[in-house]
Design a protein around this ligand. Structure first.
Ligand code: F6R
Length: 260
């Protein structure tokens, strides 16, 4: 895992965006895995800026979102369909037919989850998956004790996640209890992972993810098993790391020995 500690949220957002752009430059028809929540908002802003100012082209891009709340219509302001439209899709030129977000209103979740998994495969797999991390260490909505081999399915949200996300709703009772989410196994099949995290309330989860044991209690720790996982964090989110000096040293010297 490559750990990039940045001075603030703007810097981590820009560096993470650059990591996604590198994939797009090498493969203009890349398949992007997208996350919602507050963490990747700056990354999306930077992609939008590059689209406007530097003609970053999304016309051949395909996207798959990680998750969606069960029961919220696409037009609901807290649905992840709405979030993606507001933060990215309305500003860039991704063809509508290439956008995939799990349905929170399907009448057959089992069939939908199977279709979603198959659709990812049919599109050639995800080239780069953007991720955030929950304060309980989840990625997507893979709550503690989720199988590290899990696939797209329904999950019951954990109480800390409902409490964290209550800030977006009028009342905690309005936060959906169920979500449809890619599994940890689905996420690990992406060719590259880019995780962003900021703020002190993520510090414990970030330390467990990077330096703790691989465990289903912190599903983000599964990133340790991925060959190309990059984590972009700010000072506050990095504050509980024991190997801080090493991560800074690696960034200063370049991650990896010189190529011959
Ligand atoms: C959302 C998602 C979640 C969030 C996590 C952090 O698509 O996958 O795992 O990334 O809950 O949320 P924020 O960024 O709002 O702190």
């Amino acid at each position: 895992m490559e750990v990039v500690i940045c001075k603030d949220y703007d810097e981590l957002s820009q560096k993470a965006a650059q990591s996604v752009v590198n994939v797009l430059n090498a493969k203009p028809n890349a398949v992007l895995g997208l996350a919602t929540g507050s963490s990747p908002v700056g990354l999306y802003k930077d992609l939008v800026r590059r689209h406007k100012e530097a003609q970053l082209d999304f016309s051949q891009v395909t996207t798959f979102n990680l998750d969606e709340y069960v029961g919220l219509p696409q037009t609901h302001e807290q649905s992840y369909h709405y979030f993606m439209h507001e933060n990215l899709f309305q500003y860039v030129n991704i063809p509508k037919a290439n956008i995939h977000i799990p349905s929170g209103t399907t009448s057959n979740y089992r069939a939908f989850c199977e279709w979603y998994e198959q659709r990812i495969k049919d599109c050639g797999g995800i080239d780069v998956q953007i991720l955030g991390i929950g304060s309980d260490g989840h990625i997507a909505f893979n709550e503690p004790t989720s199988s590290l081999a899990s696939r797209t399915r329904l999950k019951t949200l954990a109480r800390p996640t409902i409490e964290d996300n209550a800030r977006f709703f009028d009342s905690i009772d309005d936060v959906p209890i169920y979500a449809i989410t890619m599994g940890v196994g689905t996420i690990l099949e992406s060719r590259k992972l880019v995780l962003v995290a900021n703020g002190e309330n993520k510090a414990d989860a970030v330390a467990e993810m990077i330096e703790g044991p691989v465990t289903s209690m912190i599903t983000a720790s599964a990133l340790q098993m991925h060959p190309r996982a990059k984590v972009f964090i700010d000072e506050a989110a990095a504050s509980k790391l024991k190997m801080r000096d090493y991560y800074d040293w690696v960034q200063a010297k370049g991650p990896g020995a010189p190529q011959t």
